[in-house]
Ligand binder design. Sequence first.
Ligand code: 4AD
Ligand code: MG
Length: 423
Amino acid sequence: MELFNQVSEVVKKKEGKFAVRGWIHRRRDQKSKIFIILRDSTGTIQCVFDQKFEKQLKGVGIESSIKIWGEASEDKRAPSGVELIAFKLEVVCPTEIFPIAKDLSEEFLLDVRHLWLRSGRMTAILKIRDEIFHASRQFFKEESFYEVSAPMFVSQAGEEGSTMFELEYFGKKVFLSQTGQLHLEAAMFGLEKVYSFGPSFRAEKSRTRRHVTEFWHLEGEMAWFNQEMSMDLQERLVQYIANKVYKNCKKELKTLNKEPKELLEFQKRFARMTYEQAVKDLKKTGFKIKIGDDLGTREEKKLAEKHGPVFVMNYPKKMKAFYMKEHSKNPKLVLCSDLILPGVGEVIGASERETDYEKLVKRIKQAGDDPKNYEWYLDLRKYGSVPHSGFGLGMARLIMCLTGVEHIRDVIPFPRTMTRTYP
Ligand code: 4AD
Ligand code: MG
């Protein structure tokens, strides 16, 4: 078997004979030399070819795949401080003209997303995304949760009925899951602390910087937890993830022009205020808003700008989903919280769950749905119902917040929106 070194290893060792393989990131031809910046998944290195390679490198352009054998030495002028003088070359798959050059429109880059994924920017984002996915699972493991997979085909709404994708299923009507919550609640009775991590779907007609039709959803459901305990847990989760990204992704954050130190801000306690306080607060800042109005992106961003990460609690019942527990002192409110983060707004939606069978039936009817569709879910309130809480975190939004990337489609490898399912 041939032995190859990763580029980062060569850059670290600085001197010696190495074999590397990857893709041509840049190419510059001089009179007597050809300079190639070679890229692999770990970084880039400058490689130098003398005239005898001219013929072999003819028509070998950016994004061609090649193997190089050479001698490395330190060179301050080279971008990574190390240069590889080639003595052998193999062109694996030559590319004459790569479709992506400089200064192309956002739409074009989305059309060629399958090729754009190789860019330094996308690679940095995907590495951070990987770190966050991994950290999430580590966190839950350390907190003694069990991972449970919720189904994607479902037969009832979990959130607003209007955002359900309906599809034909062997002559029957079913939906794509908007949330794993209801099924997680069922799994909680055996395991007490459970989480699911998978895609959720919303037939979202709004075209905003923070909505997509398919997103990765990290959801937790905890027996015996009240709202306070749930918020404490959510805070620990976000802090845990932010700390991992700070520690392990400094290079990638810098590629995205995000100062890693900014992530340390998440280690402070998160503010907590009620919906009513938030509305009053916004009014004072000049917003035209009254009790009963929902908080939009502008309002949420303002709150986070002022307070940093903030939990907004206890919204009016009529604004929220049927499963949220009624406030014991004010039946017009529910025991819920949205975690609002700087730069993006709502990242987590959470609540205590209604445990009372009759109240739940009434709420399902009020939401315009038929309790018959929820028979199995209602069973959970008949057989050993317990107080419990849960939450759902939109992964893409958290990534936006931690990286400073401004559009949700840029933190997802193949984003799905109202107008895009290609590539
Ligand atoms: O607030 P949501 O709708 O809450 C639920 O689905 C609950 N059932 C979760 C639970 O308690 N288990 O969605 C949760 C989060 C939002 O805060 C947001 O971050 C993200 O999911 N989200 C979206 N992200 C991108 N595009 C969309 N269209 C999103 N809709 C929700
Ligand atoms: Mg929500």
